[in-house]
Structure formats: structure tokens, C-alpha cells
Write a protein that binds this ligand. Structure first.
Ligand SMILES: Cc1cc2nc3c(=O)[nH]c(=O)nc-3n(C[C@H](O)[C@H](O)[C@H](O)COP(=O)(O)OP(=O)(O)OC[C@H]3O[C@@H](n4cnc5c(N)ncnc54)[C@H](O)[C@@H]3O)c2cc1C
Length: 368
């Protein structure tokens, strides 16, 4: 590994979301690391609370924390900028407003909405960013749409459908191209969720592949269509644009990592959170806040080991795709818990309280 430039190791973290911010919080307590966080936004955001916000249950303050005071407290520097490219040979990052040198780099720019090339989909509402979620909530409150179509039935689509069915008088449709809701989770979870949604009056449409979205409705691959006055796209993510531009090995567009959470064959570049393809010991890490957080803690410890000249410790995946863990809010102050094939058969208040506590206490950690 190339030698560091001064007595301490200059660690540049790209992305101040769940993974990046948690890494700064943990690495700040370690010796020999100078931390620089590159993040264009002013605030750390907890995406898990966006559906709650959309349904009017919480406000922006409950799900975000300002980055500058947090970084000052951690003795880290917040560079309010967007990384555009990395020169791995010179260990230099080009940002919109200047360049930054690093000794160690942590890539944590997350993921963005994937529209899979569906015509008109980019014009639909999305709740993948705070900005989009604020836009969607304003539309719901001001325009009071009569019919809302939610595309995609992963946990985000399901939570969105539940909150909108509870808080609005709109007819809510959830549309899934596979033969069951929550296709990445167990069949038991799908059956339970369909029962809950139908009980709330949500219209469930499975085996319906959206081919285009226009003002006033959605058209399907079988040429049928659904008229609606609001469409919300929740059907998948892809790696952040920065990752697409990096000349590093990838799998399905995600950065390929080794067992120490480093970019493939790069000793000085660590990768955490949604942007990575993290496959270790036959398990593939889920793209969840929970995984991003644990990966951040592990990487902070490994960065400290680099600073001390000690060997790195391999990462062990907690939430893998073969036994995913999910807490899904179902509205009315309840949620269901899913772990692999197991799921709690009815929504419970205590599960929602637990989920809400996890998400809100994550945000509180960063408030100064
Ligand atoms: C609506 C919704 C609900 C969710 N619910 C849950 C849930 O209940 N439980 C759960 O575990 N997970 C949930 N997730 C997933 C979870 O939010 C993500 O897995 C987690 O945020 C990933 O963390 P990350 O640090 O990789 O990315 P993010 O938290 O997305 O952070 C990435 C950061 O990088 C910044 N960035 C991007 N590009 C650049 C660049 N070029 N330069 C500098 N900065 C950049 C972005 O501005 C952003 O702040 C949900 C996601 C969504 C969208």
C-alpha cells in the first residue's frame, strides 16, 4: 500500500448517508485517522422513514439531522460537494468544486432509483430521496388524487400503499410484475401482506409489467391500462452515477468487494452500503440500512487497524438475501416482522414501535 502523506491517515468518505455518516461517527473515536466527508446535502437522512412522512405521520426534523454540527463534533471536515471521478493512481478525487487527496478512500454513495428504461417512468413520483418524497406528499395533500398507482411491491411500495390507504380517501393500487407481492421475501410474507393490503381496500395487481407511464395512467405490456392521477415508482434501484463512472470491477453495476469490504484488488479503497456487491462465504448482503450501518462500524475498525499497521479482519454478513430481515410498517401504528421464512402472522403495535425507535434513534445519534 502506498505510504500515507502525513502522520495520520487522511480518510475521505464519499457519501454521508446511513453508511458514510455512521462510518464517520465510529472512525472519529479511533487514533491516527483524519476524516473528510464529501456529501452535497446539508443533512443526514433516514430513508426508512420516508413512507411515514409521505403519509403525514412525521416531519422532516424527525428523519434528518444537520451534517455540519455533527462533523464539527466528530472533528471531521464536511466538504459540501459531489465527487465526480477518482484517480486511483494519484489517490485524488475530483469534485464539482475542486480536488481532494486521500490516503484511504471509503465509497458510500448509495443507490438511485432504477427506472429500467420504462417510457415516462422518470416523470412518475418517487420516494427514493427526501426531495422526491416532499414533492409527492405536497401533491397528495394539495391535489387529493382520486386514484394512486404504486409501481413495485417491495417493502417501500407496500409501506407506501398502507400509509396512503390509511391517510387518504384515494383508491390505491399496487402493481407488481412478478406473481406475488414482496417477491424477494418468503411466500408466507407475500400471502400475509396481500391479506393486509386487501383488508385496507388496496387493489393488488400482480403479473402486470408496466410498459409506459403517462399523465393520467399506466400502460402494461399486455396492452391493458390503468387510469390514475398519481403514479409512484418504487420498483428498484441501481448504483449511484459515480459508481458507474469508476473504472473498478463490478457485478450487475455494483462495486465488487473483497471479504474486508475493499474494492476488488484495491487495498486503499473501502466500499460500504448499497453501492457494493458484497458476497462473502456464499452469502450476498442485502441493500438495507441495517447492513450499511454494520458494514460502516466494521470498516471503521479496519481503518484503525490500517493506521496501527495491524492485519484487517474479514466482514461477516448479517442480513443476507437468503434470510432477509424486514420490519414493514402497515399503517395504523402497526408493523410486521419478517425473518427468512418466518413472519409474525398479524401486524403488531409493538413491532411498529420497535421499528420507529430504531429509525428515529438512528437520526438522534447525529443530532448535536
Ligand atoms: C423509501 C425507503 C425505505 C427504506 N426502508 C428501509 C428500512 O425500513 N430498513 C432498512 O434497513 N433499510 C431501508 N431502506 C434502505 C436503506 O435506506 C439503504 O439501504 C441505506 O440508506 C443505504 O445506505 P448508504 O449509506 O449505502 O446510502 P444512502 O443512505 O443512500 O447514502 C448515500 C449518500 O451518498 C451521497 N452521494 C451520492 N453520490 C455522491 C457523490 N458523487 N459524491 C458525494 N456524495 C454522494 C447521497 O447524497 C447520499 O447522502 C429504505 C430505502 C428507501 C429508499
Amino acid at each position: 500500500m502506498k505510504l500515507r502523506r502525513s502522520d495520520s491517515w487522511r480518510v475521505v468518505v464519499v457519501g454521508g448517508g446511513i453508511g458514510g455518516a455512521e462510518l464517520v461517527r465510529n472512525a472519529a473515536t479511533k487514533e491516527g485517522l483524519d476524516l473528510v466527508l464529501v456529501e452535497p446535502k446539508d443533512r443526514i437522512e433516514c430513508q426508512a422513514l420516508y413512507p411515514d412522512y409521505l403519509g403525514g405521520g412525521i416531519e422532516i426534523e424527525d428523519m434528518t439531522a444537520p451534517l455540519d454540527p455533527f462533523c464539527r463534533k466528530m472533528d471531521a471536515v464536511h466538504v459540501k460537494d459531489r465527487a465526480l471521478a477518482v484517480d486511483f493512481a494519484d489517490k485524488r478525487i475530483s469534485c464539482e468544486r475542486g480536488d481532494l487527496d486521500y490516503d484511504l478512500l471509503v465509497l458510500a454513495p448509495g443507490a438511485v432509483q432504477n427506472y429500467f428504461g420504462v417510457e415516462g417512468a422518470e416523470k412518475a413520483f418517487s420516494i427514493n430521496t427526501l426531495e422526491e418524497t416532499v414533492k409527492a406528499r405536497r401533491f397528495v395533500e394539495k391535489k387529493r388524487p382520486k386514484k394512486i398507482a404504486i409501481i413495485g411491491s417491495g417493502p417501500t411500495g407496500i409501506e407506501t400503499a398502507c400509509f396512503l390507504a390509511e391517510k387518504t380517501t384515494s383508491a390505491v393500487y399496487i402493481i407488481e410484475m412478478m406473481d406475488r407481492l414482496l417477491p424477494t421475501l418468503s411466500k408466507n410474507a407475500s400471502i400475509l401482506m396481500e391479506k393486509i393490503l386487501v383488508g385496507k381496500g388496496v387493489e393488488v395487481l400482480t403479473r402486470k409489467q408496466v410498459s409506459s407511464i403517462r399523465d393520467g395512467g399506466v400502460t402494461f405490456a399486455d396492452n391493458s391500462s390503468l387510469e390514475c392521477d398519481m403514479t409512484i415508482w418504487t420498483a428498484g434501484v441501481r448504483a449511484a452515477p459515480l459508481i458507474e463512472r469508476l473504472d473498478l470491477p463490478k457485478k450487475k453495476g455494483w462495486l465488487l468487494c473483497d471479504q474486508y469490504l475493499r474494492a476488488w484488488e484495491r487495498e486503499d479503497v473501502f466500499v460500504i452500503g448499497d453501492c457494493g456487491w458484497i458476497e462473502i462465504g456464499g452469502k450476498l448482503a442485502t441493500k438495507t440500512g441495517m447492513e450499511a450501518e454494520i458494514q460502516a462500524k466494521h470498516t471503521a475498525r479496519n481503518l484503525a487497524r490500517v493506521a496501527k499497521g495491524e492485519p484487517l479482519k474479514p466482514y461477516s454478513i448479517r442480513a443476507s438475501t437468503d434470510s432477509p430481515v424486514a420490519l414493514i410498517s402497515t399503517g395504523c401504528g402497526c408493523a410486521v416482522g419478517i425473518y427468512g421464512d418466518l413472519c409474525v402472522p398479524i401486524p403488531k403495535r409493538i413491532i411498529y414501535t420497535f421499528k420507529s425507535w430504531i429509525d428515529k434513534s438512528f437520526v438522534k445519534r447525529f443530532k448535536v
